[in-house]
Write a protein that binds this ligand. Sequence first.
Ligand SMILES: C[S@@+](CC[C@H](N)C(=O)[O-])C[C@H]1O[C@@H](n2cnc3c(N)ncnc32)[C@H](O)[C@@H]1O
Length: 163
Amino acid sequence: MSDATERRPGEEAIVLPDAYDAGLYFIGHIRTPWVERSDCPKNGLQTDAVCTVMVDETYAAGLQNVAGASHLIVLYWMDRAARDLVRQQPRHAPGNRGTFSLRSPARPNPIALSVVELLQVDGRSLSVRGLDCLDGTPLLDIKPYFASTDSRADATVDRAGNP
Ligand SMILES: C[S@@+](CC[C@H](N)C(=O)[O-])C[C@H]1O[C@@H](n2cnc3c(N)ncnc32)[C@H](O)[C@@H]1O
């Protein structure tokens, strides 16, 4: 996983457009045990750690009924990731790969997602299991996970990959 400035052989960076096409509101932040990227799990299934999704007061009413979900989709902003890489060299795989074939945090819009288990809702604080981000990572959105429509039991990824 690259940090925001590191470049490995085979990686390709672009010049990003001068202006953004849209704006975002950070709706809160995420508290996790990890302060260094190297400490983070690579995905939320690699850890049992309980993390806290903190929603700002402005958006508190949006949490109504959320406690009814066993699992949530959490979207967050990888604020310490490079944004200009279109080809990346994964640390533990041969050959470079297109950014949009990867779950790397480095991407033009560094939006990450995890499906998390919802353990408890306490006011604007959600205790969850299944996150992989640094402490303080900005929160973008929360959605219910519907196994009936979100799960694809037959999905595959050919890691050898086509060009
Ligand atoms: C491989 S990404 C997967 C993210 C998400 N589960 C997804 O699939 O979109 C997870 C890694 O991103 C890195 N990371 C975590 N929080 C970050 C942040 N706030 N900014 C930049 N990189 C971060 C860590 O190296 C972590 O292991």
